[in-house]
Design a protein around this ligand. Structure first.
Ligand code: UMA
Length: 488
């Protein structure tokens, strides 16, 4: 049984709760607070959509839009719930500690009002795919799963739904956890907490990589001793070693080109990704799985699979399920998983050339992982990259390009910077549009090659987001294939 020992008090009956940010998280947190009987004020620095505003006001929630946020005002209030997108400087001032007794993030707030066990998935890259895969594996094992958090549906919405229905709709919740949601955490008790990797990102929000790391680890600091902290042991992923002070049972996972270190305890995957083993965990039977049916490409996805499998199996074990009997179900579910759009998604094939959409790779490390996944097979990638530069160097891609790439086409605002840093390794060219880039890369490709869009940059110079960039890439690829006649 769980041994939750709450550090942080909750507001007393009838107290006023102020929620900041009227996006998905803030609105859901405000609705939950209202349903719990609190007086609620919702503040936003921008306008609030007319429909939301009038619905909330009708329910009795005070809505203040175009309201500048000031730490002086907010810290004088009894209770503040923070939306993840609000940088701490806005409510705490630049130098205040992020953990304050009466300031809580939406995820932690919601988690305090539910008995549904939570499995959290954090990391710089791969969170969404791993969350979806974890949810998929657990559904296949017969669980009733909520999937949300940073993935899309705020946890507060699930809690509200559960409370309104009066019955237990979910047997567990898989929550994708961003550093923005983790950074304020003081009392968060997931039964399983996965950490995939920590590599430079969001350095516009955090003063250093170390601050970003600490934000991610905040989600582990209040875990209970009977829960599982499942962390990537691969040193290249930057998540391990963990700081001291984590009470949960620590379980490593390993999926790398190198074999797992001798005596490895946890879930390890063979280099080719075809088999995985769980071993060395007290009270947990050793197990092996055949994973050769896994469809997603790339090393990053093998790590996501290792993490999700470890999370699913340890949750099921903890819940009293006989995991020895579930191996076949889990293997079938692994083979059936098709992944998420824009993350190493195969969007077309012509003449033995596969077109892979990794538009979600909006930072250098995501592209590095994509390339690493192809290493060891000889160069076969025609890489399309570029977009809006995020300030990080591109040099970490040099090794992956040397190992896996035949040609690079760069586009967008960052293309000259990319050329300066990477232009001397393999044939390199600049394109003015995504269409030109696809046609150049595909024109150079022969059977067995991949045309990979993995930009290492944000999309906002040419598109409205990575989804639009990925969708347009797919359309261009489909049109390119149509022009050549399907098949070959
Ligand atoms: N706002 C202010 N002041 C600010 C910033 C925002 O008043 O300084 C207001 C905006 O005017 C807006 C509201 O706050 O009305 C938006 O709040 P929000 O940015 O927290 O966004 P939500 O709509 O609540 O969505 C959030 C997550 N967004 C962010 O973390 C930026 C969503 O993750 C998440 O799916 C959703 O909660 C449900 O849990 C998105 C995301 O981009 C996908 N996440 C980042 C990422 O994955 O890299 C962390």
């Amino acid at each position: 049984m769980s041994v939750k020992s709450w550090k942080r008090q909750l507001p007393g009956p009838g107290e006023t709760v102020t929620v900041i940010g009227a996006g998905r998280s803030g609105v859901a947190a405000a609705r939950l607070a209202h349903a719990l009987g609190y007086r609620v004020r919702l503040l936003d620095e921008g306008p609030v959509s007319g429909e939301t505003r009038s619905e909330l006001r009708k329910a009795g929630i005070e809505v203040l839009e175009n309201h500048p946020l000031s730490p002086r005002e907010l810290l004088s209030l009894p209770w503040v719930l923070v939306s993840p997108g609000i940088p701490p400087g806005k409510w705490a001032g630049q130098d205040a500690p992020l953990y304050l007794e009466r300031v809580m993030g939406e995820m932690e707030w919601a988690s305090r009002w539910t008995e549904v066990p939570l499995l959290a998935v954090g990391g710089t890259n791969g969170k969404s795919t791993t969350s979806a895969l974890l949810a998929h594996l657990l559904e296949a094992a017969g669980e009733r799963v909520f999937l949300g958090g940073n993935f899309g549906t705020p946890l507060s919405e699930m809690v509200l739904m559960e409370r309104k229905s009066g019955v237990s709709l979910h047997s567990l919740g898989v929550v994708e956890l961003s550093s923005f949601q983790a950074e304020t955490m003081g009392d968060f008790h997931p039964v399983v907490n996965l950490l995939l990797n920590i590599t430079p990102d969001h350095l516009d929000r955090y003063p250093s990589l170390e601050a970003y790391r600490s934000a991610k680890w905040k989600a582990f600091e209040s875990m209970d001793p009977d829960s599982f902290a499942i962390v990537n042991r691969d040193p290249a992923c930057g998540a391990f070693p963990e700081p001291a002070g984590v009470d949960a049972r620590k379980v490593w996972f390993w999926a790398s080109r190198e074999p797992a270190p001798a005596g490895f305890q946890g879930l390890s995957m063979e280099a080719g990704g075809h088999r995985a083993f769980l071993d060395g965990l007290e009270g947990v039977p050793p197990l092996a799985w055949n994973l050769s049916g896994f469809q997603l490409e790339g090393m990053g996805n093998r790590q996501n699979l290792a993490a999700a499998l470890a999370g699913a199996v340890l949750f099921l074990h903890r819940a009293g399920r006989k995991i020895e009997d579930l191996s076949e179900v889990l293997e079938q579910a692994v083979s059936a998983f098709r992944g998420l759009p824009h993350r190493m998604e195969i969007v077309g094939e012509w003449g033995g050339v596969r077109f892979v959409n990794d538009s979600k790779a909006t930072n250098v490390d995501a592209t590095r992982l994509a390339l690493e996944g192809y290493a060891g097979q000889g160069p076969a990638i025609h890489l399309i990259m570029g977009g809006r530069d995020k300030g990080a160097p591109y040099a970490p891609l040099r090794e992956g390009i040397r190992m896996a790439v035949k040609s690079v086409v760069a586009l967008g605002e960052a293309r000259e910077k990319i050329q300066a840093e990477l232009g001397d390794i393999v044939p390199f060219s600049l394109a003015d549009s995504l269409e030109e880039a696809v046609s150049r890369a595909a024109g150079n490709a022969v059977s067995g090659d991949r045309v990979l869009l993995s930009p290492a940059c944000s999309s906002y110079d040419m598109f409205h987001g990575y989804e639009e960039r990925g969708r347009i890439f797919r359309e261009i690829v489909e049109a390119w294939i149509r022009r050549r006649g399907a098949g070959r």
